[in-house]
Design a protein around this ligand. Structure first.
Ligand SMILES: [Zn+2]
Length: 483
């Protein structure tokens, strides 16, 4: 946008002409929402003058999809406290987590709710509110939140309703939630089938599961579990959030493999989750999570890629999106960064990359970027978590590197509750850091829908819906931006 302003001034100076009426100067005090001007790019130039104006503009701008959103990291601590109350939990003042058992350090929820210090301690412990760069590692604080989040007993349906309502309010039409579907009876069957893992004979390791991966009862169990989540979520949306179902975003699910647990469990979970993708159309892909910089993640990466490569071919080539290159020298030696993203694409079959922050260290960077552009491998960018976990922000983030290379990007939240952020604020950060104009924003938003893991006919419906929303938004801007 800076370029646009310069060209405009230059043109006016040379020709002595007036600036066209649809391109107001940013020196004006005219609000971006004043009726009459039909050029949304000019309105956006006005909205960029301050953060509150940007928030107001971007909150209502269609944002298409959030493709990288962990359901438990998305829930806000404020609502975890509500859930803990409903579940009659005790609060442990030492571990700063909820528990079912009374103990010497626990207090009941009435005491907890009446004690501002305990509330602050909990909220700080389950989000980045309580972390300051000089106090400790943001990475450690971030990943330590999750066990405490789980302790409140907040159900998948409750979290889903919260995230859907929040995104509906921000004009988001489609969500791919990282939420692990693992019906207890199915997990038990898969664990019982396990006969050992031989990395040199994956065929033999897989053989005991072959029947289960085609078992209609297994498929039905995944569907039952998702149905239960969605029934609860839709009920809450109507009763508590007052959101009619037709205004709720469409949701799809991505189960998450644990990259730092044992390889045995990784193998069984990979068979289970790829079976889940075949079982229910709402489960659209598989991802791999947990801190990528931990020594066990580094040591096991080779084996994990072999397992994914084998099972991907064996189980119908499910869509894959992998956290890859969520690394910096603060959390990892440089060696894993030489090929982490490339191998996640070539061996792990990732069609999307989560974060990809360490890309500059990749061997044959130019070749990798050309491959990502040619194969349309999208990068899911999460600016607030990248800053909190890795300490990477502003020009240290490869946002512009990817953009200049023509690699598609989508702005995502990652863990909006932990980061105390949301999709609007991720766009605010992207605009402020990377000098984005309105056309850049539309391209980013369209990328997200274009790279959704949906069958073509459903994707076409979402693409058409997005264009309808853009038209309505731009009309509203021209007519005074009233809701
Ligand atoms: Zn993530």
């Amino acid at each position: 946008m800076r370029k646009w302003i310069c060209f405009c001034c230059l043109f006016a100076a040379i020709n002595g002409c007036q600036v066209a009426p649809h391109t107001p100067s940013i020196d004006t005090d005219q609000p971006f929402w004043a009726a009459g001007d039909s050029d949304p790019a000019a309105r956006f130039a006005l909205a960029r003058r301050s953060t509150p104006e940007l928030i107001a503009f971007l909150r209502r701008m269609p944002k298409g999809a959030d493709l990288h959103n962990h359901i438990s990291g998305a829930t806000y601590s404020d609502y975890l406290i509500d859930s803990a109350r409903r579940n009659a939990k005790q609060f442990d003042t030492v571990t700063l987590a909820f528990t079912d058992e009374e103990g010497p350090d626990t207090v009941g929820m009435s005491t907890f709710d009446a004690d501002p210090e305990l509330i602050v301690a909990f909220r700080n412990a389950v989000s980045m509110r309580g972390w300051y760069p000089s106090s400790a590692s943001g990475h450690d604080h971030f990943f330590a939140t999750f066990e405490r989040i789980t302790s409140a007993g907040r159900s998948a349906g409750e979290m889903l309703a919260e995230v859907m309502a929040r995104n509906a309010y921000q004009n988001v039409q489609y969500l791919e939630m990282m939420a692990t579907t693992a019906p207890v009876e199915v997990v038990a069957k898969f664990r019982a089938a396990y006969r050992g893992l031989d990395l040199n004979n994956l065929e033999a390791s897989f053989a005991p599961f072959a029947q289960l991966t085609r078992d209609p009862e297994v498929a039905a169990a995944f569907t039952r579990e998702l149905d239960a989540w969605e029934v609860e979520a839709l009920t809450l949306l109507q009763e508590e959030h007052h959101l009619p179902p037709e205004r709720a975003p469409m949701v799809r699910y991505i189960p998450q493999l644990d990259r730092v647990g044992s390889l045995d469990r990784f193998f069984v979970a990979a068979v289970l989750f790829m079976t889940a993708v075949k079982s229910d159309e709402r489960i659209v892909a598989v991802n791999m999570v947990a801190p990528e910089g931990l020594p066990s993640a580094r040591r096991q990466f080779d084996a994990q890629m072999r397992i994914l490569d084998f099972l991907w071919g064996r189980l119908g080539e499910p869509p894959m999106t992998l956290h890859a290159g969520e690394l910096s020298l603060r959390e990892s030696p440089v060696e894993p960064m030489w090929d982490r993203i490339r191998r996640s694409i070539d061996e792990g079959h990732a069609r999307r990359i989560g974060h990809g922050t360490s890309v500059a260290w990749e061997r044959d960077l130019v070749g990798l970027l050309e491959q990502m552009r040619a194969e349309q491998v999208l990068v899911e960018v999460s600016l607030s978590s990248g800053e909190a976990i890795l300490g990477i922000a502003n020009e240290d983030h490869p946002f512009d590197l990817y953009r200049r290379a023509g690699v598609p990007l989508c702005v995502c939240t990652d863990d909006e509750g932990v980061s105390r952020s949301n999709l609007t604020m991720e766009y605010v950060a992207a605009v402020k850091r990377y000098d984005l104009g309105y056309a850049d924003l539309k391209r980013l938003v369209r990328n997200c829908i274009d790279h959704a893991f949906l069958p073509e006919e459903l994707k076409a419906v979402q693409q058409s819906e997005l264009e309808t929303r853009f038209a309505a938004f731009e009309t509203s801007l021209a007519e005074g931006f009233r809701e």
